[in-house]
Design a protein around this ligand. Structure first.
Ligand code: 3Y8
Ligand code: NAP
Length: 252
């Protein structure tokens, strides 16, 4: 019996949800619960962590999951690590649906760094105006360079004080477009952009805007995740689902 768990939170996950719903394939869509009102999905949705690898193994059995598609963001490395371990323990087939990383073009002025700390170190000492388009979870590291003015883009209005003394906040949920990001960066007189190498089209607008403004981009490489079957294309994921036999579901 086929029952698919989609680990979501990306445009790829939402595309897969639409195809599974249209094909009336039994599936459940999972959010971590990082945002107040995540976009609706055409599948039943569950929200919140599973309780680590052990919690996920339990969930797979209780919910009778036959296949898992990890369509989380490339920076959701802990989730991706947990699901590789949980699916191996539970004997449930797993594939990742992940877009390829962005590559710098000839007109791009990227400084590629390994992680958030290296991104902070890559910023200049002289005060600058930095578009910190990496969401909310990794802002504290930038307090090491309080001399800059930071433009933050968050999905929800911050509940607590922000860790950066000199910052402006834009509340917006992507996907974003180049004209909008160009106007935003000109309005704030941005001199540097910090970005995660998310890939895909939902967050690449700021890179196109930086290119046309001739601004440097500090590009953070993806965290490492364990090897697993990975596709960048929806048709390949669907092919995998149809050609991978369902594990005997533990649900009667
Ligand atoms: C909760 C679900 C869809 C998915 C849309 C994609 C595109 C728009 C661009 C910038 C970069 C950033 C951030 C971003 C983008 C898509 C995609 C993508 C980047 C939502 C969503 C959830 C999240 C979580 C959120 C993080 C944050 C990261 C904002 C929904 C909107 C910066 C990543 O406030 C917080 O705590 C936000 C946390 C994790 C990174 C961070 O560390 O702060 N995404 N984003 C998911 C869950 O609970 O499971 O609310 O609808 C989904 C999307 N965000 O269905 O169309 O596919 O990447 N998301 C980054 O790339 O750097 C914004 O501003 O330029
Ligand atoms: P993370 O650091 O890899 O995961 C931390 C914990 O959050 C996981 O161990 C798990 O908790 C829970 N979790 C993460 N994704 C989940 C999901 N889809 N369903 C249920 N639980 C989930 O994850 P993150 O970077 O905070 O990302 C959280 C969500 O935001 C993901 O859905 C991701 O796709 C989306 N997102 C993240 C980014 C980003 O930049 N990180 C960008 C866009 C979208 P337990 O251990 O308790 O199971």
């Amino acid at each position: 019996m086929t029952r698919i768990l989609v680990l979501g939170g990306t445009t790829e996950a939402s595309k897969l949800a639409r195809v599974l719903a249209e094909a009336e394939i039994d599936a459940v869509f999972s959010y971590a619960g990082r945002t107040a009102q995540p976009v609706q999905q055409p599948l039943p949705v569950r929200v919140g962590g599973f309780g680590g690898t052990a919690g996920l193994v339990e969930y797979l059995a209780e919910d009778g999951i036959s296949h898992v598609v990890d369509a989380t963001h490339p920076f959701a490395a802990q989730m991706s690590r947990n699901v590789v371990e949980a699916c191996a323990q539970a004997g449930v087939p797993l594939c990742a649906f992940e877009r390829p990383p962005w590559q710098a073009g000839p007109e791009d002025a990227w400084l590629q760094v390994a992680n958030i700390e290296a991104a902070v170190a890559a910023l200049p000492d002289a005060p600058a105006r930095v578009f910190l388009a990496i969401g909310k979870q990794n802002l504290a590291a930038f307090a090491a360079k309080p001399q800059h003015h930071y433009l933050l883009r968050l999905v929800d209005a911050p509940e607590a004080d922000l860790p950066l003394p000199d910052c402006s906040v834009e509340i917006a949920r992507g996907p974003f477009d180049e004209a909008g990001d160009l106007a935003l960066m000109q309005h704030y007189g941005i001199t540097h952009v910090v970005s995660k190498n998310a890939g895909g089209r939902g967050a690449s607008a700021k890179l196109a805007a930086a290119r046309s403004l001739g601004l440097p981009v500090v590009m953070i490489d993806r965290p490492r995740v364990p090897p697993r079957t990975t596709y960048g294309d929806l048709a390949e994921v669907m092919g995998w689902l149809f050609h991978t036999p369902a594990q005997p579901s533990s649900r009667a």
